[in-house]
Design a protein around this ligand. Structure first.
Ligand code: GDP
Ligand code: GDP
Length: 436
């Protein structure tokens, strides 16, 4: 599973700036838990050798309440969730008493700590760092999150402290089975769907204690096909109060998407598509996963409501117009055959092997049809292509001046390859390489 790194520190030291630099995210997934003063943000850092989840814990005053009450709850959650803690301090403010309070709390966890001394831009580095040497933290690194400096070292250092991730464990499951993550906001109908697919009698109630962070894998055989459903918190019944609160676990959602081949994003037809639905879909795409959108609770909607819903979906899901949308009722079990068909198709497309000579031919045809716009009188050249992997299908294109290729042209190529190979249900990755 993807390991977790938490950013902790006083307000205004630059945690969100650092979060954005690490995740390069358009949108963070937000866990807006009741009783938490500032939302926690979640994203995936993919800039290093291995990906990991980053949590921005929000503001910690470390002041009035000591580090008690709600703020303490945030640190505790971060400590609980993370394998490595990044303690962020502000080089311009210097060392403040609140920093020490927070550090004490972090130390009590016994987890590895990296001190990130931020806002060192324009400062004398030696001076700036000297003040924080008293922490005695071996990994004390200068940062300028705003200028994306020092972040590479931070990522490298986090990776050495993180446990080897257990991706292999999930991948070691039956190679014939399709790994499917079922994700969605609370009450979208995830557990209803999984129970319906499994048959009510096989309802699983594992992890009653609610302490295990790992998503659960469930084997399913249906119409002669094998699936491994990777469940987020959804299936677990609300056995305990804490579970109900943390039912939508962003970390589990990110982890199960990373471990899956196909992601089914469930949305509730009765709620308009929420921003968080779109963010989830965006994450699945960033992760390179095949995608199916299941619009649930289609039962009991009249034709007017259905039309409204379909229009809204068509409008807001244009950025994933290659993904199949199916309308289901998890409660009544309708549409499930179509849903699983879409999963199989998406998986098939995502794992299709593409041959080099055919890719190059397709590239030539695309290039003849429409060439990338000139840059200072010279056009970027695209010479040949070869496959760079599956799930998502990756096309490596060699040429020159490729860094001048505009996003619109990249999309043109994506669509061209998509049509040629009928890659429905999966994102496509295009990597440009200059030179030979
Ligand atoms: P958070 O409350 O810890 O999440 O802090 P923010 O990320 O919101 O940053 C607080 C302020 O510090 C903002 O005005 C940022 O622009 C600024 N800031 C963040 N990182 C840096 C940095 O590396 N250098 C400088 N000079 N300012 C920064
Ligand atoms: P989860 O939080 O995503 O696991 O959602 P649940 O499976 O717990 O479902 C939330 C609520 O929606 C429950 O009351 C379900 O009975 C209801 N629900 C789930 N699927 C459907 C459906 O297809 N139609 C209708 N009408 N209700 C549903």
């Amino acid at each position: 599973m993807l390991p977790v790194v938490a950013l902790v520190g006083r307000p205004n030291v630059g945690k969100s700036t650092l979060f954005n630099a690490l995740t390069r995210s358009r949108d963070a997934l937000v866990a807006d838990m009741p009783g938490v003063t500032r939302d926690r943000h979640y994203g995936v850092c993919r800039t290093g050798a291995r990906p990991f989840v980053v949590v921005d814990t929000g503001g910690l005053s470390g002041e009035e309440e000591g580090i008690e009450g709600l703020t303490a709850q945030q640190v505790r959650l971060a400590i609980e969730e993370a394998s490595v803690l990044v303690f962020v301090v502000d080089a311009r403010d210097g060392l403040l008493p609140q920093d020490r309070t927070i550090l004490d709390e972090l130390r009590r966890s016994g987890k590895p700590i990296i001190a990130g001394v931020n806002k060192t831009d324009g400062l004398d580095l030696q001076n700036a760092m000297a003040e924080f040497a008293v922490f005695g933290i071996a990994n004390t690194l200068p940062l300028s999150a705003a200028h994306n400096r020092g972040t590479e070292d931070l990522v490298a250092s986090a990776l050495t402290l993180l446990p080897e991730d257990a991706h292999e464990e999930i991948e070691a499951t039956d190679p014939d089975s399709i790994r499917v993550a079922i994700v969605g906001r609370p009450n979208a109908g995830k557990s209803t769907l999984i129970n319906r697919l499994l048959g009510e009698d096989r309802l699983i109630v594992s992890n009653v204690a609610g302490t295990t962070r790992d998503p659960i894998k469930v084997s399913l055989e249906r119409d002669g096909r094998k699936y491994t459903l990777i469940d987020t918190a959804g299936v677990r019944r609300k056995a305990r109060v804490e579970e109900a609160v943390e039912k939508f676990s962003v970390i589990k959602t990110l982890q199960s998407m990373a471990a899956a081949q196909v992601v089914v994003v469930m949305v509730d037809a009765r709620e308009n598509l929420a921003d968080q639905d779109l963010t989830l879909i965006g994450h699945a795409v960033d992760e390179g996963r095949a995608l199916v959108i299941a619009v649930n609770k289609w039962d009991g909607m009249d034709s007017y409501q259905r039309e409204q819903c379909q229009n809204a979906l068509a409008r807001r899901l244009q950025f994933v117009d290659w993904a199949k949308t199916v309308f289901i009722s998890a409660l009544h079990g309708s549409g499930l055959r179509e849903l699983m068909k879409a999963v199989v198709r998406a998986h098939h497309a995502a794992t299709k092997e593409l041959g080099s000579s055919e890719l190059t031919k397709t590239l030539e045809r695309a290039y003849e049809g429409y060439q990338p716009p000139l840059v200072r009188g010279h056009a970027p050249k695209l010479r040949f292509a070869h496959p760079g992997g599956t799930n998502p299908p990756t096309v490596v294109i060699h040429g020159s001046r490729t860094k001048h290729i505009a996003p619109a042209y990249r999309r043109y190529l994506e669509n061209f390859f998509r049509k040629r190979y009928r890659l429905e249900g999966t994102p496509i990755r295009i990597e440009f390489r200059d030179g030979e």
